[in-house]
Design a protein around this ligand. Sequence first.
Ligand code: SAH
Ligand code: SF4
Length: 345
Amino acid sequence: MTTPQRLPLLYELELDGLTAWLKERRQPAYRAGQIFAWAYQRSAASFADMTDLPRDLRAQLETAFRCGPLVPGAVSQSEETTKLLLELADGQTVECVRISMDGSYTACVSSQVGCAVKCAFCATGQLKLQRSLTAGEIIQQVVTINSLGERVRNVVFMGMGEPFHNYANVVKAVRRLILPEAFGMSPRRLTISTSGIVPGIHRYADEGPATELAVSLNAGSDEQRRELMPGTARYTLAQLLEACRHFSEAHGGRPVTFAYVLIESVNDSFDDAERLGKLLKGLPHHLNVIPFNEVSHARFKPPAYPRVSAFVQACRRHGLNVSLRHSKGGDIDAACGQLRARGEG
Ligand code: SAH
Ligand code: SF4
């Protein structure tokens, strides 16, 4: 017998796929729009809640699909962040975070279970890649976060996993976030963060929606980057920055955001700041310096505040458009992969 857990997620279907399914059941096309509005805009917990649909259609939908927010397995909360650990249909778990920022909410979602890039400073990098998420599973994280209260204004792909190692499903999810009949969000309110998968960036620049792009840079030389981010070793920094320039030019000179996790005695010297200045020269950019957030197993430390501040000032002197950021919710293990990693530790 089919258990409800095994039914396909409604969020895997495109609008025309659902329209076709309805047509086979002699239902008018406009029902697809009604169902989408319930599922995406109102975070309906079940088909039974979709009260303007005929009762027999609701019953048919219930035997065909799953929908609704997931029940978090673990929640950790601080003033600005709520972090959820979600169990997927096959028992795998992923994290997503709701971040409160300037009076509105941002959802930080995962794109994979684990990550193959294996960054030395990242908790997710210590979890072996288990699998990529489907587009529906990515969407379901947003639905779950929206169901906590007010709908989110921004979505960032900065949870577990490398989005461009799961290109097709991530782009499908992004398109659903933008689709007026689904979430209807502005592309400018969505950010894909990548460790720098060069072919993915070129492809996204050519064919992807006009979202924001963030790149986790973390190093100013190829050698240093290989050590910190082994899974990016096949691309040079020169290739990476060329891909970033392509993205920027494809979107009318839009700046690319670069993240730089600052680690004591690893990448926090004045020489590092100078190298960054040379690398990003002439490219529209924002550089976010983020002091390393301590994760279990990692052998690194964040620099003391005076050093962080001196590094940021040095970046400014080298012409960089730099801000100092703190990864929100460090106190509740909100850096990606930490909640799940703790469960396994
Ligand atoms: N895989 C993508 C998406 C995840 S984003 C990427 O790497 O871009 C996660 C962000 O958190 C990255 O910018 C990463 O550099 C940063 N990060 C990872 N571990 C961290 C830590 N321990 N302290 C501070 N930032 C961290
Ligand atoms: Fe993967 Fe990003 Fe973590 Fe690196 S920082 S291991 S790419 S999730």
